[in-house]
Design a protein around this ligand. Structure first.
Ligand code: SAH
Length: 215
């Protein structure tokens, strides 16, 4: 697939829409500008790739809306070189945006087919995240602590393992809830045992499920 002039134009329009929706971090918008979203969708959706919509990516999963990706990245509030763990690689789009921000990225996906697709795609675009096929509920202890953890599926509750794998000063950005929509929370670890919590409005995600999917 190619990133053509018309894609770049559509992307600029999308960035303006994200600004209208309240995204203020220009570094985040710049990172999104550097990741052609149409590479992450099947060609049937190519013409819609720069709309603020979620689309099917296979295995019953969806790519998050650009606004959701922008908002979660903004809420992480990291600086280049910091370590971030993503739960739910999915298409790899959010993962690519985190790489474009200059973070050291780790990402876990429980659907084998999505993991197998995202891996070569991200590599072909020059991004170098460490990808894992596994269950994100457990986090990735061997690479902890993380400066940021971003969950891109709706969690029924906040997994304790993820809180425990945050560095002091680190942030967990996680949508919580089991219905059609979830409430976005950010938790900041302020000491070994203390966390602060903030709410950031409603978003819609596919559910966070336990264990690796079989097949
Ligand atoms: N960040 C992705 C969003 C994909 S949707 C993107 O930009 O495209 C959320 C993804 O979370 C799905 O692919 C789903 O399979 C995955 N997921 C759900 N529960 C999980 C878990 N426990 N561990 C890892 N991935 C999980």
């Amino acid at each position: 697939m190619k990133d053509e002039y018309r894609h770049k134009g559509l992307r600029r329009k999308m960035l303006d829409e994200l600004r209208t929706l309240g995204i203020v971090d220009e570094d985040v918008l710049d990172a999104i500008d550097r990741v052609p979203r149409h590479f992450f969708l099947s060609s049937a959706f190519e013409q819609f790739a720069y709309q603020n919509k979620a689309f099917q990516i296979g295995a019953g999963q969806t790519i998050s809306k650009p606004h959701t990706v922008a908002r979660q990245t903004e809420l992480l509030g990291l600086v280049p070189g910091q370590k971030v763990l993503e739960i739910g690689t999915g298409s790899g789009f959010q993962c690519a945006v985190l790489c474009a921000m200059g973070y050291k990225v780790f990402s876990i996906e429980r659907q084998r087919s999505l993991y197998d697709k995202a891996r070569p795609l991200l590599a072909s675009m020059g991004f170098k995240p460490q990808l894992f096929y596994g269950d994100g509920y457990k986090g990735k202890k061997t690479f902890a602590p993380f400066d940021g953890i971003i969950v891109t599926c709706g969690a029924p509750e906040v997994p304790e393992a993820l809180l425990q794998q945050l560095a002091i000063g680190g942030k967990l950005v996680i949508p919580v809830g089991e219905g059609d929509t979830q409430l976005m929370y950010s938790f900041e670890r302020i000491s070994e045992k203390e966390f602060t919590r903030q709410k950031h409005g409603e978003f819609a995600f596919v559910p966070m499920l336990s264990n690796r999917a079989q097949g």
